[in-house]
Design a protein around this ligand. Structure first.
Ligand SMILES: [Zn+2]
Length: 422
């Protein structure tokens, strides 16, 4: 393939201000090992491009004719937002603060992703909502640079590479063998749905019925269809295997003890965050092209689909815990019980945070679905924020946002208004 062709293709996806290059890593970084392991797990070679000044999304370019390698665009902004969100898990902030910050982070993700979809007016709306009246500020420094200096341990592997490994994991095709994994059979998928419907028991009966229909519809266009969920789960499990094998190897080589509990905990956090950012992407998609009729219901059922997916990841982590340290794949009942107990304990510990982050996301989703707040109100609030004592912060954020919008060649009335204020 001609280099210029690939260049044009990437540019069309990431905006004109974005830059991309091979990922630069310092000595000792596990990145090359992860790529090696990824190739072993998937049997596919990947070309990874590290994209800066883009939007929070990591994705694979659709198959390019005459080019066997998969081209994955790994956005620094995707990672950056996941690191901010990860802080919500580990900081131990009060619930109200977690909800507020999660909502703001989701809205900014939706706003930036809306720019990539050329939905300028709504992007401005979501941006204003994300920033208006903000009293708690993320310290303005380079969170990625800071994180690079962290020790290379279980957390480092998962926090840095889960999103990338998930994307690479999509190279694994969904086969009948996978469909017959004990926890992915048709029966297991339907059971998982029934469990989920108990949690989402406030959904009206006719919607629950439609969830069952769509899960078994064999129409992959539905988020909740079983093969659709399985494909995501397989990408997740492949990611876990890539990270587990490479972390295990690295940490053993440095003669440190591999801490399986920390590893599992980090996967729980990152899997939830990657799903969260994916849901923001779906929201941006919804806003750009509001679905009609049966497609609309797909968005209503989306939380159930994600709930099932996360549940499958947890099931796999239990197996990982149960087999850790043994050299047999056959799991003893006793080990499985012990693993379940550990998962339950971790879950109890983090469930309140996951719940709070979910509430923040729900608020951002409601804002996107309803779009009730007027531009006038949002702009009035923003104007007074700009005049406040923290005005510099608001102006700076808005300037960065406008720069991103320009890089996507957005022409929008609301964007012009925003530029006038700053
Ligand atoms: Zn995916």
């Amino acid at each position: 393939m001609r280099k210029e062709f690939l260049h044009e293709l990437i540019k069309s996806q990431v905006g004109s201000n974005a830059t991309w290059s091979a990922y630069h890593y310092i000595k000792g970084d596990p990145y090359p090992l992860i790529l090696q392991e990824a190739e072993k797990q998937t049997g596919v070679k990947c070309d990874i491009y590290w994209v800066e000044n883009g939007v929070p999304s990591t994705f694979t370019l659709s198959a390019i004719q005459g080019y066997a390698n998969r081209v994955v665009l790994w956005h620094s902004r995707h990672l950056e937002l996941s690191f901010y969100l990860r802080k919500l898990f580990i900081n131990g902030d009060p619930k109200e603060i977690i909800i507020e910050l999660a909502e703001r982070q989701c809205l900014i993700a939706i706003a930036e992703l809306s720019l990539a979809k050329k939905n300028g007016d709504f992007a401005v709306k979501a941006f204003l909502k994300s920033i208006n009246g903000q009293g708690i500020f993320n310290p303005h420094h380079d969170i990625l640079l800071d994180s690079k200096l962290e020790p290379i341990d279980e957390s480092y592997f998962v926090a840095w590479f889960y999103g990338l490994a998930h994307e690479i994991g999509h190279a694994v095709p969904l086969t009948d063998e996978i469909r017959n994994y004990p926890f992915l059979t048709d029966e297991a998928m339907n059971e998982a749905l029934e469990d989920a419907l108990l949690v989402f028991n406030y959904y009206p009966e006719h919607i629950k019925k439609e969830a069952r229909n769509r899960l078994n519809s064999n129409k992959k266009k539905y988020f909740i269809e079983k093969d659709h969920i399985r494909s995501e789960v397989i990408a997740d499990l492949t990611a876990i295997n890539i990270l587990y094998n490479s972390a295990l190897r690295t940490i053993y080589q440095s003669s440190n003890k591999f801490d399986i509990i920390t590893f599992v905990l980090e996967v729980i956090i990152m899997a939830n965050l990657i799903v969260l950012l994916e849901r923001c992407e779906k929201m941006a998609q919804y806003a750009a092209k509001p679905p009609v009729d049966e497609k609309k219901l797909d968005y209503v059922l989306m939380p159930i689909a994600y709930y099932i997916r996360i549940g499958k990841i947890y099931e796999y982590l239990e197996i990982l815990l149960a087999t850790f340290g043994t050299n047999t794949q056959k799991i003893q009942k006793k080990q499985m019980k012990a693993a379940e107990a550990v998962m339950e304990q971790l879950f109890d510990q983090y469930e309140p945070v996951i719940g709070a982050i979910d509430s923040g996301l729900s608020n951002a989703m409601k804002f996107t679905f309803n779009q009730q707040e007027s531009y006038d109100d949002l702009f009035n609030q923003f104007s007074s924020d700009v005049k406040s004592k923290s005005g510099g912060y608001f102006r700076l954020q808005a300037k960065e946002f406008c720069r991103l919008a320009d890089s996507y060649g957005i022409a929008s009335k609301q964007l012009e208004l925003l530029k006038k204020i700053i």
